[in-house]
Each structure stands twice: as structure tokens, then as C-alpha cells.
Unconditional design. Sequence first.
Length: 759
Amino acid sequence: MQIDKKLQLTENALKVLERRYLIKDKDGKVMEMPIEMFARVAEHIADADRKYGADDVQVEQIAERFYSAMTDLEFMPNSPTLMNAGRPLGQLSACFVLPVGDSMEEIFDAIKQAALIHKSGGGTGFAFSRLRARSSVVASTSGVASGPVSFMKVFNAATEAVKQGGTRRGANMGILRVDHPDILEFISCKDDVREITNFNISVALTDEFMRAVEEKRDYDLIDPCTRKVFKKNGKPQRLSAVTVFENIVDHAWKTGEPGVIFIDRMNEANPTRKFQEIEATNPCGEQPLPPYDSCNLASVNLGKVVLDPLPVHYSTSKPEDGIDWNNLHELVKLGIHFLDNVIDQNKYPIREIEQQTHETRRIGLGIMGWADMLIQLRLPYNSEQALALGEKVMEFINTNGHFHSSELAKSRGKFPRWDQSSFADESVSMRNATVTTVAPTGTISIISGCSSGIEPYFAISFVRNVMDGTKLIDVNPFFEKIAKERGFYSTALMEKVASSNSIKEMEEIPEDVRRIFVTAADIDPETHVRMQAVFQKHCDTSISKTINFPNDAARDDVKTVYWLAYQLRCKGVTIYRDGSRNDQVLSTGATPESETGVNSEVKTITKIIYKPRVEERPDCLSGITEKIRTGYGNLYVTINAKDGRPFEVFAQIGKSGFSTMADTEAVCRMISLALRSGLDVDDIIEQLLGIGGSSPVYQNGGMVMSIPDAIAKVLKRHFGNGKQNQYRQTTYDVCPDCGGRVQYDSGCVVCPSCGFSKC
């Protein structure tokens, strides 16, 4: 294969590839160029064609097609495929669902299997709904059960201990049915942001529960062991559906969790429902899977299938005329072929997953670059035309995806359990039980230089921290091009744009430009849901999307979105209220035992206080002390660290008056308070660096302006520019790798600066 092609990769894409994807030697030195990575992936995946009779020439031809689509940034497989194809690890799947049985043996088998998956670079989803309720009797030991939440903490600790092949962190999804007796404990299990940090959580809502909410009545709790109504002291246990629903809404409003999935709807759409039940999803909520199944994903870049230039007759009243449908069709065909090959080329972490994956051959072809397509077609994301086009595009992809899977079935055979599937009832030959999924594309969209999934732009511009301590402004290329062409580009304006998540009030930008460059902050939550729904209408599995709320959104706004998603037949909802994870919400009071006989333990909010949590100081900390010369004498700065991050600062100035010592102590106390409250050390450094004084002094190649400036220089030297973030970040307000600001999109946490993804 010829690999002398010139790639059009952004600087950020190159950084992400070097950091996470390219082969390195044992010393961490990069041993592979991006072009070689794409060739490695293309050749390895194309080699599966030999199993179906292809010769060397034919394999080379399909490898060239895969290679061309990836290097043209029109098509991109999921991260594990890019990382591991053609390498010894060989694990190509993004995520898996594992069963969690009710015995101790089954529970710890699942933990072991999850550890092997995390080590291989995959994420895991679990339903804990089979576990018996807390305080239930365990017959074999005459003891009592500790319940699902306690075991989630064990799974969380195991994840913490495993580094995912050195490339990805462990990610989990924990799901509990709404009719499980421990549902209230589960809903609140992440109120403390330091607990269960390696899990996203979602409640599996049933149709019966939603009807009970509508009818404002109680619903039965179900014993996981007997599948009959759960009894306590011989009395059937029921909860108020409205109260539980309000509780879910309240916690999602506070922290973004739990999410919700509509479990009956997922099973209704499951083509293999006759012989296997879906009870959980992958960590981002978009891939419902039966136990031991895997999601093998790739995405088509919609921004690359817009005709350039647009046809003369193009108008926003008929935006489909601006799309290269032939190219999109070819990319869908290629994607189905590629993903079916992935199933054969994959090295599965455990035997049960290999067996299940081959029995149903589920694949998930999705999209990214939707916002880029809309911009090029001059359509605002929050317009009726955009919604109509979204449905048309996804219907085209799904229809053609099914067609090409059916064509593959003619030459390669149907998936082995086809005769037990709904496709057999319809006499439709299929190679794959599922074909389409809209998955998170945070990191692969950075590589492709496009917008993520079906999300709007999070911002038009952002400040990116680079490793040498400088900050660069990344501007949306379409916005930058228009700004330069129309003469309103300036560095000052780009800096202003980078300081905000919206440009709608910036009058120096022409109104027609502001109208189409809408961001997540400009779009009302209902429109987010409607966009998710139009794509869901023609998607086999589900849609990864975040419903963004402004910080001042009310709980009723969240409730409205949940109902709208249910009514529009979405399969799940993930919401995030801007800034909510920075708030410490305190509540008091509990509802008394309900008339139905269950102490609901639902917290009623009587007071809401927004207050940062100040960490308590341990008895023992270690750190560094550095001497730095100032105009007031030698300053001795001590920085003690906790979990690899700066925790407190002390400073002593020699041969100085009481006033100077008092000022120094005051500065250090305020720095320590800020650090213990979770403030980013770079923000502290930025405030102190360069503060002038009456006695500046030159030292070690730089000017020390004052005592605050000296302390800032020591902080920057040892902990600045993301160095303090070389530890596990529990709330993901900032990136744990580079210190940049993360964004919540596609149901996941993503850093646009370095490509970190929680999922």
C-alpha cells in the first residue's frame, strides 16, 4: 500500500494521535506516523476478506478503500480499532455489557471479566437489577444482603486499580430498574462526587412506571429473586411513582445523574428479543446490549459529503440538494463492510463475549460532523429545516445500511441466530442483527477535525493549553473562513469569542453569521430532544446526546424534557445543567413513611446552598520547599500536595517586617483555601502572576515583581499548566490529563484540547 499521501490533520489532531493512538516504544517514544496508523488499520481489517474467498489483489483493493476513507477523514472507526488493529492486543470493540448475577461467585466473576475488558481498552455496562435488595436474607449463610449499591462500590474500586492498556481509563455504566426495592438508594448514590467515580448511572424506566406517573398512582416494587411483588414483614411494598420520578429529576438537575433509559422500548426494538433480553447499555447510553455482547462502532463524517461549491439552484428550503448522496451511499456501504470485518478480526477479552458477538454480529455505523454539515448548508441547528434534514439523512443511512448488510448476508451468510430473530419473521436476510448507532465521537471527531456526533457546537472558539505552557486559540474553521472573507476577523474578536459559549449578542459579527453559528448554550432543551428524536426514528439502537441546560434552569424544565423524550420515543435521556457539578447542594428533611408502608427516604429540599466543598487536611502531607529571591529578601515557599495535586501553600520571608510577613501569610492562606476548595491552580497562578511591587528583582532569567508574583512562579514551575492534574479527577470539571476545560456532549465528558474522554 502506498502511504505517501499528505494528511490534512489539524495540530490538535496530531497531538491527540501522538498522545493516545500511535505506537510507542518502551520508553514512550512515538514509533509510528499517523499515515502509518491508518495503513495498519486498513490492512488488518481488510485481511478478513480472505475468510470469504478474496485473493491478495482483492484484499489490497479493499484495504486501499478503507485507507482512503480514513485518510480523507470521511470515515473513522472507534478508538480501540485505531489503537489496537494489527497490534498484539488486538481488541477492537468500544464497549461491552456484562451480566451480574445474584450469587457471590457471579458477582466476582463479573468483576474479573470487567478488569480484563478495561485492561484491553474497553468500557463496560452492568445491570445490577438481579441483585437482591439490601437487608434481604441470604439463605446459604443466614446473613443479609448488602444490596446493589454496595457492590457497585466494589466494581468501582476494581476499575480504579486497572489501567486500560495504558491508553484509556476504565468506564462503566450502572443501571437499576425503577421497580427494584433499592431504587431510592441507587438514585442518590452519586450525591457525593467522591463516590462511585468510575460509573455513569441510569435508571431503567418501565412503561408501567411511566403510566403510573401519568396516573399519579403507586407502583409495585419487584423482588429480583422471585420476580413477584417485594414484601417486607409480609406487606407488599409500593412507592409513589410521582415521588420517585421527582426524585430522579431532582438528582439529575443537581449533578446530571442519574440518566434514564426506557428499557421496555429498548427491548421492543431488539431484533433478538425472542431469545435474549436487553437489561443494560454501554457507558454512554447509546448502545443497548444483551449480556456478553459488544459494540463495534464507526462513524461517517457528514461534513465531508456536502457539495462544494453548492449547486446554483441550492436554497435552504431544499437543503438536501446540497448533499452528495452518492458519496454518502458509498461511505455507508464501506462502513458496513468495515465493521463486519472488525467482528472477525477482533481479539475478544473473554470467550463468552466472542461467542455472543459472533452469534448476532451487531455493528453500529453512526455519524459525526452534523453541525458542520448544517453550517455549510447555512441552516441553524435550532431550525425546522435542520430537524427535517436530520431525519432524512438518518433514514438514508439506516435504509442503505440495512440494504448492504442484507447484501453481505448473500455472500457471507446470515448471522448465526437469524432464524430466531424478528428478521426471520419478515423473511429479510441480514448479516448483522443491528446496523446503526449514533455513538460519542469526542476523540475521533478531533482526529477528523469535525463536530461531535449530532451535537451542536459547544463553542465557536476555545483556548487550548499546550504542553510548553502557552495557550492557543482554536477557532472553528468555517467561522474563521467566513470572518476573513467578510472582513470582520481580528485576533481581539477571536479572543472575545473564545471567552464565551455564545456569539449571539456580539454585534460586531454580522447577524446572518450569528444566526447559523448557534452553540449548545443557544439551543433550548426541547430542541435538543427533538433533534435526538428525529435521528432515533431511523436508528437501530440508540442515540448518544447530551441535553444541555443553562445553570438557571428549573427542575420543571428537566421534567418537561424527560416527558418530551418519552413521548417522542427516544430510548434514553442524558441531561447536564451548566455548572451543576461545581455546586454543593445541601438539603434537609425526609418524608415520613408513606401510606403504602415504605419509608421512601426521599429527601425534600428545604434549603439550597451553593457552596464549594473545602477538603479537610490530613494529619500528614509531604511536598517541596523552594527558595526564591525577592526584593524583600529570600522567600521560602513550601507547597504540600495531596494525591499529586497542590493542597496548601506556606511561605516565610526572611529579615522582613511584620507587615510583610502578615501580607505573605494572608496570601498563602487564601491560596490554600482556594486549592482545598478545588479551584484550578492555573487560575490561581493567572491571578497572582505579574503583580507588581515596590522592589522588583531579577533572578534566574526572569523578573520577580513581588511576593505574590514569586509564589505564583513557584506554583507554575511545579504544578502549572495541567501538571497538577496528574491524578484522578473525580468530578471532571477540568481535564485530568491537560487541565483544560471539559465539555459535556454525546452523553460523555470530553476534553477538546487533548482528546481525553471519560467514556
